[in-house]
Design a protein around this ligand. Structure first.
Ligand code: FEO
Length: 395
C-alpha cells in the first residue's frame, strides 16, 4: 500500500516478508526486509531509488498509483546495489524524459551493472537541483557502504533519504518507526549496523559530523530498508554515533564448537569463571547460532574467547568463518583469548590465536588447551582462566 510520508512525497516501495537470506547467503534476515523508493511530486517529478528486480512489477504498480512514469523528470539512483537499482531498466524504459541523477562514483557503477546507454547527471556533495517549490541537495557518502553511496535531502520538506544508512532488514505492516515494536526495531537496526557498516565505522562517524555541520533541518529520515524515522528521527543518528565509536560493554562472549563435548565443557567452565567475577557473558555454539546474530554479540562485548578442537589440522568448519568475520568486520577495542581440547595435535588453538591477533584483538591470556577430555584439574584451570578473562574485561 503506497503511503504519503509528507505532503506530495510518497513511499512506493515493496515489503519482502519472505526474505531470509541477503547478500547471497551471507546475511540472515529473520524478519524480512523492505525495498523503499520515494516519489516527490512538484513542478518536476522525482523518483528516488527503486527496488530489487524480482519485485519490479509490484513496484511499477505502486509507482503508477502515484504517477505515470512518463511524467518523471528526475530519477535519483543513490546507490547501484541491485536491491535498490534493480528496477531501473524498467523505470527508464517507461520514463523516457527522466534525467538519471547519480553520484560521481555511480557514474561508473550504474553502467557497470546495466550496460545501458542512459544519459547520467553526476552530482557531488552540496549540489542542488530545484524541482519547483523545493530543492534536492546531495551528499556523497562513500563507503556507507559502497563507494557510490549517496544521500538525497529534500529541502522544504526536510526529508533525508540516506539509502542504506539508518536502515533495517525489517518487514512491517506499518511504515513509520513510532508504529512498530521498539525492541524489534532496534534489534534489526543494530544487526544491520554490525553486519554491514561496522568496517566503515570511522567513515560513519565522520559523515554524521559532516551532515550535522550542514545544519539541515531533518524532520524525516527515510532509508531504503525498513521503517521511516519520523518520531524523533535523530535518535537513529545518535545511535549510529554511539555504535561508530565501538565502545563495548564490560561483558564477554565465549564462542566454541565441539566434537565430543571436551571443548564445550571447557567453554562452560570459562563462563563460570567470568560469572564468578561478576562479568555478564554468553556461551555461543558456533554451529547452532546464526552467524550474523553471533556477530552482534561480538560487537557488544569487550572480551571474545574462541574455542575449537583440532580437526584436520585446523579449526572446526564452523569456527573458520567466525575467525574470518572477526578480521573482516574490523572490530575495535576487543580483548581476545583462544582455547580448545585436542587429541594428538593442538594446532587449532594456535590458529585461533593468530586469527585474533590478525583481527587486532588484544590477547589477554596465553592459549588454554586440554588433551583429550578435560580432567577435574583441567576444569578448574578453565574456571581460573575465565576469572582472568573476567578481571581483564572489567579493567
Ligand atoms: Fe547496499 Fe541495500 O544495498
Amino acid at each position: 500500500m503506497i503511503t504519503e510520508i509528507a505532503e506530495n512525497v510518497y513511499w512506493v516501495g515493496v515489503v519482502d516478508w519472505g526474505l531470509r537470506r541477503f547478500h547471497g547467503d551471507e546475511l540472515s534476515t529473520h524478519r524480512g526486509s523492505t525495498y523503499n523508493a520515494y516519489v516527490i511530486k512538484d513542478e518536476k517529478n522525482v523518483l528516488v531509488d527503486t527496488v530489487w528486480s524480482p519485485f519490479q512489477d509490484e513496484f511499477m504498480e505502486h509507482l503508477r498509483e502515484v504517477i505515470d512514469p512518463a511524467e518523471l523528470d528526475i530519477v535519483v539512483a543513490n546507490h547501484s546495489e541491485v536491491d535498490h537499482s534493480g528496477a531501473l531498466p524498467e523505470v527508464m524504459r517507461h520514463a523516457p524524459n527522466a534525467q538519471l541523477v547519480v553520484s560521481k562514483k555511480g557514474e561508473e557503477s550504474i553502467p557497470g551493472h546495466y550496460h545501458a546507454d542512459w544519459t547520467m547527471m553526476p552530482v557531488g556533495t552540496g549540489d542542488r537541483i530545484n524541482i519547483g517549490s523545493r530543492d534536492l541537495i546531495f551528499v556523497e557518502a562513500p563507503m556507507l557502504h559502497w563507494p557510490d553511496s549517496m544521500f538525497t535531502y529534500l529541502a522544504g520538506s526536510n526529508i533525508l533519504m540516506p539509502n542504506d544508512a539508518f536502515g533495517q532488514h525489517y518487514a512491517t505492516e506499518f511504515r513509520f518507526n513510532d508504529q512498530v515494536d521498539q525492541r524489534e526495531l532496534y534489534e534489526e537496526a543494530l544487526k544491520y549496523y554490525v553486519n554491514i557498516l561496522t568496517p566503515f565505522s570511522r567513515q560513519v562517524g565522520k559523515k554524521i559530523d559532516e551532515l550535522l555541520s550542514l545544519e539541515l533541518p531533518v524532520e524525516i529520515i527515510a532509508p531504503s530498508h525498513g521503517v521511516i524515522w519520523r518520531d524523533n528521527p535523530l535518535q537513529i543518528v545518535e545511535k549510529y554515533q554511539e555504535w561508530a565509536k565501538q565502545e563495548p560493554e564490560k561483558s564477554a562472549v565465549i564462542i566454541y564448537d565441539t566434537m565430543w563435548n571436551g571443548t564445550r565443557r571447557m567453554a562452560d567452565a570459562v563462563s563460570e569463571g567470568c560469572t564468578a567475577e561478576g562479568v555478564p557473558n554468553k556461551v555461543l555454539h558456533a554451529s547452532h547460532t546464526d552467524r550474523n546474530d553471533l556477530l552482534v554479540e561480538v560487537f557488544k562485548a569487550r572480551t571474545i574467547a574462541v574455542g575449537s578442537p583440532t580437526f584436520n589440522n585446523g579449526v572446526l568448519p564452523s569456527i573458520a568463518p567466525v575467525c574470518r568475520d572477526l578480521a573482516g568486520l574490523k572490530f575495535q577495542n576487543k580483548l581476545g583469548a583462544a582455547f580448545g581440547s585436542y587429541g594428538w595435535n593442538g594446532k587449532a588453538i594456535g590458529d585461533i590465536q593468530e586469527h585474533l591477533q590478525e583481527a587486532g584483538f588484544e590477547l589477554i591470556a596465553d592459549p588454554l588447551s586440554c588433551k583429550w577430555q578435560p580432567s577435574v584439574d583441567d576444569m578448574e584451570a578453565c574456571r581460573e582462566y575465565g576469572k582472568k578473562l573476567g578481571r581483564e574485561t572489567l579493567q
